[in-house]
Design a protein around this ligand. Structure first.
Ligand SMILES: C[S@@+](CC[C@H](N)C(=O)[O-])C[C@H]1O[C@@H](n2cnc3c(N)ncnc32)[C@H](O)[C@@H]1O
Length: 297
């Protein structure tokens, strides 16, 4: 079955049944949130969310490679004045069915505007829950390193004696640090809090996430030509990010209009990439071609 670099129309639980076992390197997705946006693509009742999700998670488990990762972008909604527990219940259920709940990242939506509610503040973050099949999964940490930041100049310029050896936590937390390890480094590893603005452009989807979000995880958990699946693909953000990073993609959406939007977006992003590739190819065949601004003799 030729299933790569395609958008499929249908319920992901049905579409994925035809896919081979252990064939996907990363599943990155934002599923329909419980009972939200029912006017656009149908909500699932919060109390029924886990039962709805689990047959789909079973297919995700089957198609994911043992070295692969599943990142689920989700956030529990408020029901009757309190946070519903379906995300917590889902994590427990996923663990029961064999998934490892390896990590949780927080997406801090840094452009949230202020609001006023009687009993809470503006919700400005979402969960990105990491599940794996095995403890030894592929992770390419160096690809998401960040500049060390201004703090380093003043902090590292005058190291105390404690800074030059491993400093164990004084409160007995078991954590320690060796500040001198960071001397002379420009780049460091990020934390599990990701600061990114929400999608502001009109992608033709009410819940599109920004391209940088899948890009960050694609870089972290895959290498070039690996396969990235988004089973709730919406406007095609994950495939676009995958293409730009030279990964293969699979997208699925139950609504045809989103499949069409995804395909349109993919073809728009492929044209500039092809023209770059074509130019590179031309340059390869003309190694002595003049540099920009230089006249051909
Ligand atoms: C939160 S949106 C995804 C938005 C996407 N991340 C983007 O950037 O555009 C969830 C999508 O899941 C689709 N969907 C809902 N139930 C589905 C199912 N059973 N199988 C496949 N897609 C489904 C919806 O039509 C919707 O487009």
């Amino acid at each position: 079955m030729d299933y790569l670099n395609k958008i499929f129309h249908g319920d992901c639980v049905d579409i994925l049944r035809d896919f081979p076992d252990n064939s996907v390197d990363l599943i990155f997705t934002s599923p329909p949130y419980a009972d939200q946006r029912s006017n656009t693509y149908g909500g699932i009742k919060p109390d029924e969310y886990v039962a709805w999700f689990m047959p789909r998670a079973e297919q995700f488990y089957r198609v994911l490679k043992p070295t692969g990762t599943f990142i689920l972008n989700i956030k529990e909604r408020v029901v009757n004045g309190e946070r519903h527990t379906y995300v917590i219940e889902l994590i427990l259920e996923m663990r029961k069915s064999g998934w490892l709940w390896t990590e949780e990242f927080m997406w801090h939506k840094k452009n949230s505007y202020p609001g006023k509610w009687p009993n809470r503040f503006r919700d400005s973050w979402e969960r990105l829950i990491q599940f794996n099949k095995e403890k030894n999964f592929h992770m390419y940490q160096d690809t998401v390193m960040v500049p060390v930041g201004d703090w380093a100049q003043s902090r590292l310029s005058n190291l105390s004696e404690t800074d030059q050896a491993r400093d164990e936590s004084k409160v007995g937390s078991g954590f320690g640090k060796n500040i001198s390890n960071w001397l002379g480094r420009d780049m460091v590893y990020p934390t599990n809090v990701i600061h990114m603005a929400t999608e502001c452009g009109n992608r033709g989807h009410s819940a599109a996430f920004p391209e940088e979000l899948p890009s960050w995880f694609i870089k972290l958990f895959t290498k070039e030509l690996d396969v990235v699946l988004d089973p709730f693909v919406g406007s095609g953000t994950t495939p676009v990010a995958a293409i730009q990073l030279n990964r293969k993609y699979i997208g699925i959406d139950v609504l045809e209009e989103y499949c069409i939007k995804s395909e349109e977006r993919i073809s728009r992003c492929q044209i500039p990439l092809f023209s770059i590739a074509e130019k590179n190819e031309l340059n390869e065949y003309r190694p002595n071609s003049p540099a920009r601004g230089e006249k051909e003799r």
